[in-house]
Design a protein around this ligand. Sequence first.
Ligand code: ADP
Ligand code: MG
Length: 678
Amino acid sequence: MDTPVKFIKGVGEKRAQLLNRMGIFTLYDAVRFYPRTYLDFSSLTPISEIVPDTVCCFSAVVGYDPIKHLIRKNMTVYKTMVTDGVNGVNITIFNNSYLAESLETGKEYIFYGKVTASRGSLEISNPIVESADEGVAMRPIYHQTASLTSRMTERIMHQAVNLYLSRNIPDIIPDKIRQGFKLCHGQFAVKNIHFPENPHDLEIAKRRLAFEELLILQIGMKRLRSSNEKHTEHIIKKDYSEEFMSLLPFELTSAQKRAIADSLSDMKSGKPMNRLIQGDVGSGKTAVAACLLYVSAKNGLQSAFMAPTEILAKQHYNTLCNMLGEKGITVEFLTGSVTAKKKREIKERLRNGEVHIIVGTHALLSDDVEFSNLGLVITDEQHRFGVAQRGKLIFKGANPHTLVMSATPIPRTLSLIIYGDLDLTVIDERPKGRQKTDTYCVGTSYRPRIYSFIKKHLDSGLQAYIVCPAVEDNPDSDITNVTDYCESLSENEFSDYRVGLLHGKMKPKDKERVMADFLSGEIQLLISTTVIEVGVDVPNSVIMVIEDADRFGLSQLHQLRGRVGRGREKSYCILISDGSGEETRKRLGIMCRTNDGFLIADEDLKIRGPGDFFGARQHGLPDLKIADLTTDMPTVRQSKKACDMILAADPTLSLECHKSLAAAVDRLFSSEKSLSFN
Ligand code: ADP
Ligand code: MG
C-alpha cells in the first residue's frame, strides 16, 4: 500500500510530481482518490428533455466538421452542432484541437457536461465526449488540474487499481465485521468506486468505503482518549473552588458554577475526566478553566492549558498570573516565540515539577516538553486544533483529566464522532449586566458616518476594532489591505487618535506589544486581520467594524462579534459590504437578526453546505473523502458499533486480523497535517 506512485505503470517522475501536488503519494492514496462523479451511459437524457443549466449526458450525431475560429493568440474555438434527428445542441470547444478534430460528421457520440440555453437554443462547452459504440456503462470523472485531465487520471487509476488488485492486500475491515454489517469486500469496493459496471455496484462500493473511513476515524478518535473505564492517580482531594471564587472580582453565573461542579466531581472520582464545555462567545469559559487549574495546583497536580494562537495564550497567561500569582502558584508561558534559553529553562522546571501551570500554544506538543505529574489538560477553542494534537498532550501524562472548551456548536453527527464519549456541560447563560450587541449591515458609503460613530465612543474613553480580511496586496483581488487601510486612517480620519495595527505576519513580540497596548487603552482603535478572531478579551472595546463582511463565514463573523459586548457598556457590530447578491444579503441579515451562536451555525450549514462547514478549520478532523457526515447518519451509527465491538475484543488492535486496520488508523492520523492558524 505504501508503494510510491511513481511505480504505477504509466506514471513517471513528472506525473508523480503532479500527483504528489494533489496529495497522492502512495498506491493507497491513489486508490483512495475517488472520482468526483460518473458518466452514466445507462441513463441518457433525450435532447428534448434536457433542462437548461443542468449537467447531463445525451447521445447525438455530429452535424458537420467543427469550424475553427481564431479568437486571439493562443485561443482557438471550434464550433459545431450535434443532433438526434429532431433537436440540436450547439457545441463549443475551446483550445482542444485534438477533441475537435476527432469528431466525425455523421457519427454518433455521447456528450456529457452542463447544458445551457441561449437565444432559444441549447449549448454545451467543452463537453466530455465518448464514442457511442465503446460499450462502457459508467465512466469515472476525476477532479482535474491544469496539467492532469480527468482522462489522464483515469488511465493512471486503471493501472493503480490493477496493481492494487494484483497484490491481494488483506481487507482493512475484518471479515467478521464485514459479514456482520453486510459490507462488500475491499477489493470489490476499490474496483467499483473507480470503474463501476452499474449504479447499483457503485452504491455498494460507496457504502463500504464510507463505513471503512468512519470506522478508521472513530477507532483513531477512541485511541486518543483516555477511556472512561480507566483509573487515574490524579484525584482532587480537597475542593478549593470556594476559595478561588473569592479571588474573582465578579460573581460566577450559575452555569459557570455548574460547569465547575461537574468537572470537579469527575476529578474526584478516581477516573479521568473527559469533558467538553460548550458555551457561546463571552459566556465566561476562561474563569471555569482558571478555577480548575487553581484547584489542581492546590492539590499538587501539574496542568497544561493550550490555546490555538499566541495572542490568546498570552492573554490567558496574563489572566492567570494576575489571579493566581500571589497565591504561591507558578504559572509559565511556552510558545514558539519564547527564546531558546528561556524554553530550556521552562522545560527543565516542568520536568522537575516546579511549574504548576503551563500555558501555551502548539509548542506544548513538542516531544521534549515533559511533565513530572501532569494531571489536567485543558484545550481552549478545541475546534481549532487537530484531534491528534489534543491526543499528543494527553499522552504526556498518565491518564490525566481532560477538558476541552469550544464556542462552536457542531451538528449532532459530527459531535458523535469527535466527542462521542465526552461528557458535556453547556454554559447557557451570560454574565449579568451584559447588553445585547446591536448589529448593522451597511454599504461602504456609510464609512464616514461609521468613523464619526467610532470617534464619539473613543472620545468617551471606550475602544473599537476594525477587521479587514487580508494582509498583503493581492493584485488578483480587491480585498482591503489592512496595512494600507491602517495607514490611511491614522493619517486622515483618525489622525488625532491612537491607532494600532495587528496582523498574523507580524513578529510575535510586536503582536504582543500591540495587544498589551490595546488592553491598557494606550491604543484606542485596533485595525486587525482575523488574528483576533478567537478568544481575545478586551471588555472596554465596544465597536466591531468588519470590512468586506461578505468574505467571512457566519460562524466566523459571530466569533468576531464576540470580541465586543464583554463589559457593561452597550456594544455594536457593523458589517460593511457592497455585495448585493441575494445570498450575501441573506447571510448578513441573519447576523443582524440573532446573537445566538447555535442558530447561526445551523444557518451557516444550510447556506454553505456541509462541504464548506466541515472544513478542517471547524473541527480539526482529518479530511473525509467519501463519508458525508450530514447525510450518512446510519453509517456513522453502524461504524460506531463496529468500532466498539472491535476495541472491546482487541483494545490495542494487535490481533492478526486487525493488522491492516491498525495500519490504516496510523496512516490517517499521521498524515494529518499540523494545523496552524495565524
Ligand atoms: P469565553 O467564554 O468567550 O471564553 P471569557 O472567558 O473570555 O469568555 O469571558 C468573557 C468576559 O467576561 C471576560 O472579560 C471575563 O472576565 C468576564 N466574565 C466571565 N465570567 C463573568 C461573570 N460571571 N460575571 C461578569 N463577568 C464575567
Ligand atoms: Mg475564550
